[in-house]
Design a binder for this molecule. Structure first.
Ligand SMILES: [Zn+2]
Ligand SMILES: [Zn+2]
Length: 386
């Protein structure tokens, strides 16, 4: 009995030891599992934080509150139809109802030079939504050649007039992009704003009822090349151009001139004050707004490098001249490398539009373009979009 009892006690002791060992094993397994889950959770959390911080630094652009027309976009010259397709796909994201493509201001030796014909043929698929300006690949080339050669004789003028009239017949909604002062990169271009060929173009534009889009850094008086720009290709000294620009504006009051890129100034003189003076003096002057956060220039309308709130002096300018500004993002589209080539530009202009008082916003986004375009370039259906 005693022996049996001892055996029983011994057995129960062995059993308790085995049970305890199993418990310890279970606890250890539990702790290891907790550790693994903990590490996994931390990794996920840290990854999420990384993603969140990346988003913080590069927020996705938000669409415009008001439907808008972008009067200034460029295509990848290697695939113009594909670029236009990319723009059409981007339009709902942007809340753009129409995008105008224009050939950039080419020089005569440029590879891939093209003009309105290439845009118009691709735009046929999207009537009303994609329109073309023309002349960057031909008229601008003729102008730059005339300046560089000093030859603006009768033959040069005849060829220029012929081409300008041809573009009107093709149905362009404006002439552009014409360079009057264009810093490199990609190349340097200059023409006096009151050059005889510009005065001719001014008269043709007035007759046709279409505007001219000009690219011109502001140079009120001759100045050395701003710091940070390479010479060559830029000249060490820039020509004064504001007085000659005013002559162009005065030449034919029926011609509407759109001074592109208000908001990206690389000389330091395209200030809201200069814009105000010229808008006051010339009722036929309009401006396209462009903002480029990676290179905001010296007078961005938005604080914080072109991504923050509107600066008060620019806001006052937009409020005082709500009928004279339009959207001209200078966005490059192209599917070959990426649907958006180069810097993301439309988002910054939309960032500005969204901050404007509603009444000013609707005019800049949409209404003002109507006075700058032939009546048939904006269908009433698009126009009725709220
Ligand atoms: Zn330009
Ligand atoms: Zn441009």
């Amino acid at each position: 009995m005693a022996a049996h009892a001892f055996r029983q006690r011994g057995c129960s002791m062995r059993c308790s030891v085995a049970l305890a060992a199993r418990k310890v094993k279970l606890v250890c397994t539990f702790l290891v599992a907790c550790l693994i889950i903990g590490i996994a959770c931390y990794a996920t959390f840290a990854g999420g934080r990384r993603e969140a911080s990346q988003l913080d630094t590069a927020p996705a652009p938000v669409p415009s509150i008001a439907a808008y027309i972008d009067n200034h976009a460029h295509a990848d010259e290697d695939d113009i139809p594909g670029s236009i397709e990319a723009a059409v796909q981007a339009m709902p994201r942007e809340n753009a109802i129409q995008i105008a493509f224009l050939p950039p201001p080419f020089l005569s030796d440029a590879a891939g030079k093209y003009d309105a014909e290439a845009i118009l043929s691709a735009a046929r698929k999207y009537p009303g939504r994609i329109v073309a300006l023309g002349g960057g690949g031909t008229l601008n080339v003729m102008l730059q050649d005339a300046v560089n050669s000093g030859n603006d004789g009768p033959e040069v003028k005849r060829a220029f007039v012929k081409r300008a009239n041809e573009l009107v017949r093709l149905g362009v909604v404006g002439f552009g992009e014409i360079s009057l002062e264009h810093l490199s990169p990609p190349n340097y271009q200059y023409a006096p704003p009151d050059h005889p060929l510009m005065l001719i173009l001014d008269d043709i534009a007035a007759r046709a009822g279409i505007p001219i889009v000009v690219h011109m850094e502001a140079v009120p008086s001759a100045m050395p090349l701003p710091q940070g720009l390479k010479s060559p290709p830029n000249p060490p000294q820039l020509h004064a151009n504001i007085a000659a620009f005013e002559k162009l504006l005065d030449h034919n009051s029926n011609a509407k001139i759109i001074w592109a890129h208000a908001g990206t100034d690389y000389t330091g003189y395209r200030t809201p004050e200069l814009c105000r003076e010229l808008l006051e003096r010339h009722p036929n002057l309009y401006m396209e707004i462009k903002i480029e956060p990676p290179a905001p220039g010296l007078n961005s309308p938005l604080a914080e490098g072109g991504a923050g709130p509107i600066k008060p002096n620019w806001l006052k300018l937009f409020e005082d001249f709500p009928d004279r500004f339009i959207v001209g993002t200078d966005q490059r589209y192209g599917p070959k490398r990426t649907p958006l080539i180069g810097p993301q530009r439309w988002g910054a202009v939309v960032g500005l539009l969204n901050q404007l008082p509603a009444e000013v916003r609707s005019r800049i986004a949409l209404d003002n373009v109507r006075r700058l375009r032939p009546a048939n370039s904006i269908s009433p259906k698009l126009w009725s979009t709220p």
